[in-house]
Design a binder for this molecule. Structure first.
Ligand code: PEP
Ligand code: MG
Length: 753
């Protein structure tokens, strides 16, 4: 059963339109369950009914015609109760309704299950049988499992109809995802492809068909050559039977099996990588379906060979530098910081990713660069989007493909309005960040990308509150040397001197990996991250500490911050290493002062060790991004649970308030450098709790400064005591929005429909 389930889901995933997906669903399920009928009804929210969308067994002419209100008929009942209905003699059920156009009177047994995605009923899946048949428990469970799996695949298509329209190049399609970085932008898709991934090859038309065919032939020859060499290398170590497998590979690469078919597609107008991926997929699909273990194994071989040929094709194409459109919207499954860095900044207009959410690191980078982004677009068929004109609405988490003139005009005018607001706020950037009753809040910026240095030159800031050193590490092909690091850090320290720069030691792990130091774990966010990695590799940490100290010579504006601290032992060990690094440099004649040392408060365990930590370090910096994810047990990258990730959750606000109070009592400075500090509401709440230093991405400065300048400290304190008295997220959000309106600050909040 599991195998059948997996195969059906795989096929549906590969469907090119909603109609094709539904057709696969009904046909495959009917066959697997050996029933007379299988139908799928989808919910139409506007008309508040379930529509028969596809069937195999009922009259095809009923498709699109039969509609049922929730609670109406057996299908409506399943949809309304959100529960399966399994009856042997359907016509005698009180809810049975007869539709002449379906020919339904001939069917006596009925099993219907709701298709539910994230608590929302999307439709109903039904099987029926002519003769009386009590569907067994196992069959019911199968259909429920099927519906649950299909829900995820269907969700975007259903809410927007986009999947159906994607293949039609003339129609507009609207898709919803997660708002990951604010702003709205209009541009053209540039699809980034992870290398040798057959599932993610974009569809393109070859510029020169003959050259494309030659490219394919060369790539196949290269793989043939590789395989021949591998066979020769292994000749003495493997049996003749195993050697024969290499011959099978050579045959598969032969014209009859692969070459000719791919070439034919190229001549029909597909570029080689896409043609190859389609042909391989077709063979794999076929082989995986046959009931023969030997042939099924060959599916894996074909896929492997396909990947090898693709790797050669991609090697070749990457030799030519990619041509980015003037307003590039980067579209990818998962976009890395390095990929972001490859595109000339002036051409990068927006970002769309299938995975990730608003607190993924790539989203943070996008915000730091002021680039609108939408993420979590889980089933956007990216391979067909290259060159597609699109609007990215990073406020509403919306992507509009091929916008029609009226929508385009609307967005153009919204973008203009936003630019006007930004330039108005920009003019306040040189004013102090002071509350209306005269209290100073120090605003700092988060850096890591070189572009941020020039981000907002006129802005009045108090230094760098978080320099993420992992970003320059990501831009290298290996750990940067002490000399290289010294140069990079010196640039940063000098760029902001005499203002302080808080440099965080390498914080890799979680969703930040270095291409040359991969960390594979089941639970990366609960694993080898931040200080845990660098304490296990003191050689890496020592190089970094020395480079930071050396870079600060004569400037005296360096502060060092430790990420992901869980225990005081970790801090004690770093203190010893820091002393050693200082001593080593002094022995070398470098004049170094001991910099202030701080810990990030982001693992909930430290909330209960503030006193012991305060005895050891000079300052605290709250990493609200991680603190929220760990307090709420919500993976910051998981689109499924991103709705739960909210700083206004009462537990989060209490934890932040507790840290502020305790830090005051312990007389240690506590700042906030997570995304919350860069949100006008978050900044006012933090200010009301007693935080006096907020560090954020440069593009957020103007809105946060405007909010601070228009509210009194007393007002913010009252807001905090009011929200701390509430127990639910909804009430808290409502109160905060209400207060923002009273303060006439609604224009600083993200636009909502
Ligand atoms: C945080 O966790 O809030 C933080 C600032 O660090 P990062 O986002 O880099 O994990
Ligand atoms: Mg963190």
């Amino acid at each position: 059963m599991l195998e059948i389930l997996r195969r059906i889901v795989q096929e549906v995933n590969g469907a090119r339109s909603l109609d094709a997906a539904l057709s696969i669903i009904v046909r495959r399920i009917r066959k697997a369950m050996q029933t007379d009928v299988c139908s799928v009804y989808l919910r139409d929210d506007e008309r508040d009914c379930f529509i028969l969308m596809d069937t195999i067994g009922l009259n095809a002419s009923a498709i699109g015609q039969v509609t049922l209100k929730p609670g109406e008929g057996l299908v409506g009942l399943v949809g309304q109760r959100e529960e399966p209905l399994n009856i042997e003699e359907a016509p005698s059920h009180s809810h049975f309704r007869y539709f002449a156009e379906t020919g339904e009177e001939r069917y006596s047994s009925f099993l219907g299950v709701p298709i539910i995605h994230q608590r929302r009923v999307l439709g109903v899946l039904v099987v029926q049988q002519r003769e009386k048949r009590q569907f067994g428990e196992g069959e019911e469970a199968f259909l429920i499992t099927m519906a649950a799996q299909l829900a995820g695949v269907l969700v975007h298509a259903l809410s927007t109809g986009a999947l159906a329209r994607l293949s039609d190049p003339s129609t507009q399609a609207l898709l919803n995802g997660i708002a990951a970085a604010p702003g709205m932008t209009i541009g053209e898709a540039f699809v980034v492809v992870p290398s040798a991934n057959l599932e993610a090859v974009p569809e393109r038309v070859p510029e020169d068909v003959e050259a494309e065919v030659v490219r394919l032939r060369e790539a196949i020859d290269c793989v043939r050559h590789d395989i021949r060499q591998a066979a020769e290398r292994l000749a003495s170590r493997i049996s003749a039977q195993e050697q024969a497998l290499f011959d099978v590979y050579q045959q598969m690469l032969g014209d009859a099996a692969l070459g000719n078919e791919v070439e034919k597609r190229i001549r029909e107008g597909q570029w080689a990588p896409y043609a190859l991926s389609r042909v391989v997929q077709r063979h794999v699909n076929y082989l995986e379906r046959v009931d023969d273990n030997y042939l099924r194994e060959r599916a894996a071989d074909i896929r492997d060979l396909g990947r090898r040929v693709l790797a050669h094709l991609q090697k070749d194409s990457s030799a030519r530098p990619p041509v980015y459109p003037d307003r590039t919207i980067l579209v990818g499954d998962e976009i890395s910081a390095a990929q972001l860095g490859e595109i000339p900044r002036e051409k990068l207009a927006g970002l769309v990713a299938l995975r990730g959410s608003s607190t993924s690191h790539v989203a943070i980078l996008a915000r730091a660069m002021g680039i609108p982004a939408v993420m979590g677009m889980s089933d956007l068929p990216i391979s067909r989007l290259a060159g597609t004109p699109m609007i990215v609405d990073g406020y509403r988490g919306r992507l509009i493909l091929r916008p029609q003139p009226d929508l385009l005009v609307r967005y153009e005018s919204m973008i203009e309005e936003e630019e006007a607001l930004t330039s108005m706020l920009e003019s306040e950037q040189s004013l102090p960040s002071e509350t209306s009753d005269g209290f100073r809040i120090r605003l700092m910026i988060n850096t890591g990308l070189a572009v941020e240095m020039s981000g907002s030159p006129a802005a009045r800031i108090d230094g760098v509150g978080l320099y993420r050193t992992e970003v320059p590490f990501m831009m290298h092909q290996r750990f940067p040397s002490e000399k290289e690091q010294t140069r990079i850090y010196r640039e940063q320290l000098q760029g902001f001197a005499p203002l302080p720069v808080v440099m965080r030691t390498l914080d890799i792990g979680g969703d930040k990996s270095l291409p040359y130091f991969p960390i594979e774990e089941d639970n990366p966010f609960l694993g080898w991250r931040g200080i845990r990695v660098t304490l296990d590799h003191p050689e890496v940490l020592m190089v970094q500490l020395r480079a930071m100290l050396r870079a600060a010579e004569g400037l005296d504006n360096l502060r060092i911050l430790l990420p992901m601290v869980t225990s005081v032992e970790e801090v004690d060990t770093v203190c010893r290493l820091l002393e050693r690094a200082i001593q080593e440099l002094r022995n070398d004649g470098v004049q170094v002062e001991r910099p202030l040392l701080g810990v990030m408060l982001e693992v909930p365990a430290v909330i209960y060790q503030l006193e012991a930590l305060a005895e050891r370090v000079d300052f605290f910096s709250v990493g609200s991004n991680d603190l929220i994810q760990y307090l709420l047990a919500v993976d910051r990258n998981n689109a499924r649970v991103s709705g739960l990730y909210d700083a206004c959750q009462p537990a989060v606000l209490r934890a932040l308030d507790h840290i502020a109070r305790e830090s005051r009592r312990l007389n240690i400075s506590a700042s906030v450098c997570g995304e919350l500090a860069g949100d006008p509401i978050g900044a006012l709440l933090l200010m009301g709790m007693g935080y006096r230093v907020l560090s954020m991405n440069a593009p957020n400065l103007s809105r946060v400064r405007a909010a601070i300048r228009r509210v009194s400290l007393e007002g913010a304190q009252n807001l905090v005591s009011d929200v701390l008295a509430l127990h639910s997220l909804t009430e808290t959000r409502e109160l905060v929005y209400q207060r923002m309106k009273e303060w006439e600050l609604a224009h600083l909040l993200p636009p909502r429909d």
